[in-house]
Ligand binder design. Structure first.
Ligand SMILES: Cc1ncc(COP(=O)(O)O)c(C=O)c1O
Length: 397
């Protein structure tokens, strides 16, 4: 795929990129105050706090309380700032694991966690998100993967790329399993602001009758050992500003001990620049408009995709409750890379083959819902043309 893309670029052939997931390149209105926020006068002084600037954490706690209303309010004390969500993961793996220990991560999934784990000498063991009528988490299937070396389980809600979302009922069952098997639950909530299914629709699905989607696991209860992760790259559309965080929740004693150890880990790096931290309150204020605009775009693009695939009758848009991606299942079982390569060659449309995300048992393509609506509609229309040709007997080549 990489060779095919660079060859096309070298030849100057156009590419309609349906994998674009960089919000700074998606033509969204940018907040004019983003750079000005970096000139806060206190940015010239160095007074590091391992958990991050106290004012920044107060602003973040307030912002999270507004965005993720939950049983408990976030406390600035329980927040630790990092240079990205990815860095927050690596700090957690250092905190929770010895070399050779194991972390459970979902498959299919975004190919980041195995690398993050390996770089800490930790083994990422996958548990399946199973596709039945929709994606489902089977906790019995998770339980059989827990060994004496398993330290934590990662859930991603909404999940990238399937859009599966954890319900309150599932969260409660998950915390019960975690308590029984002595696991920390790490809840990646970087896409929690992007649920295109309203609570009512989601709850009306039979398997979610137990409750609404659970947007912030760390704040949903005081039992167990739980951590929620977030970051500006998705939540404010500012991946270039490199701010992420972790929020500890659960039993008070565990939180106290974990925070003391995280203080040492974070103090060893002190990876955030002071101007970044001083700018955080302004960036959080500016992010509301971005999220509104992006939610509209995600919903609109998904509608266009659903309509086009319905008319083409050659591919199935898999159900999702949120996130930035859409997964399309194609008829028949063949290497999904063949389809992705043919689509690029024949229609100039770039998509991700499902195997990038460890999809198995079918032919899957993954596309981003972020591109500009005009580009997206054009790309999806060409995808439909390709699917029609594929149905009638293969590609041109
Ligand atoms: C589910 C999920 N978590 C975390 C990240 C990384 O976020 P950050 O840019 O804050 O490291 C990604 C990146 O796409 C992601 O998909």
């Amino acid at each position: 795929m990489a060779r095919a893309v660079s060859r096309r670029r070298r030849l100057g052939a156009p590419i309609l990129d349906l994998t674009l997931s960089n919000p700074t390149l998606a033509g969204l209105a940018s907040d004019p105050g983003v750079l000005a926020a970096l000139t806060h006068p206190a940015g010239t002084t160095y007074a590091p706090d391992p958990r991050g600037d106290a004012d920044a954490r107060v602003a973040l706690a307030r912002d999270l309380a507004r965005r993720r209303p939950a049983k408990h309010r976030p406390r600035p004390h329980d927040l630790v700032l990092a240079a990205s969500t990815s860095e927050a993961y690596s700090w957690l793996f250092k905190l929770l694991c010895d070399p050779g220990d194991e972390i459970l991560v979902p498959a299919p999934g975004y190919p980041l966690f195995t690398h993050l784990a390996a770089l800490e000498g930790v083994k990422a063991v996958t548990y399946p998100l199973a596709l039945q009528d929709r994606w489902r988490l089977d906790l019995e299937d998770v339980a059989v993967r827990v060994t004496s070396r398993t330290r934590a389980m990662v859930v991603i809600s909404p999940h990238n790329p399937t859009g599966w979302t954890l319900s309150n009922g599932e969260a409660a069952a998950l915390m019960k399993l975690a308590a029984a098997r002595d696991l920390v639950v790490i809840s990646d909530e970087v896409f929690a602001d992007f649920q295109f299914m309203g609570h009512r629709d989601w709850c009306s699905m039979p398997e979610h009758a137990a409750g609404k989607p659970a947007p912030c696991l760390a704040l949903a209860g005081r039992g167990g050992r739980r951590v929620s992760l977030g970051g500006l790259s998705k939540e404010a559309g500012l991946p270039q500003m490199k701010v992420g965080w972790l929020l500890l929740g659960g039993e008070a004693r565990w939180r106290r001990e974990a925070l003391a150890r995280l203080d040492l880990i974070a103090d060893t790096y002190l990876s955030l620049a002071t101007p970044q931290q001083k700018a955080l309150p302004a960036w959080l204020r500016g992010a509301w408009a971005y999220r509104r605009e992006l939610r509209r775009r995600l919903k609109g693009n998904r509608r266009v995709l659903a309509r086009t695939l319905r008319q083409a009758c050659r591919g199935e848009l898999l159900p999702a409750a949120g996130g930035w991606s859409a997964v399309i299942r194609l008829p028949g079982v063949r290497e999904d890379q063949e389809d992705a390569l043919a689509l690029l060659r024949e229609e100039g449309v770039l998509v991700h083959p499902g195997y990038y995300y460890d999809f198995t048992g079918g032919t899957f393509l993954v596309i981003s819902l972020l591109p500009r609506p005009g580009d997206f509609a054009e790309g999806v229309a060409r995808l439909a043309v390709y699917l029609d040709r594929r149905h009638k007997g293969g590609g041109r080549s």
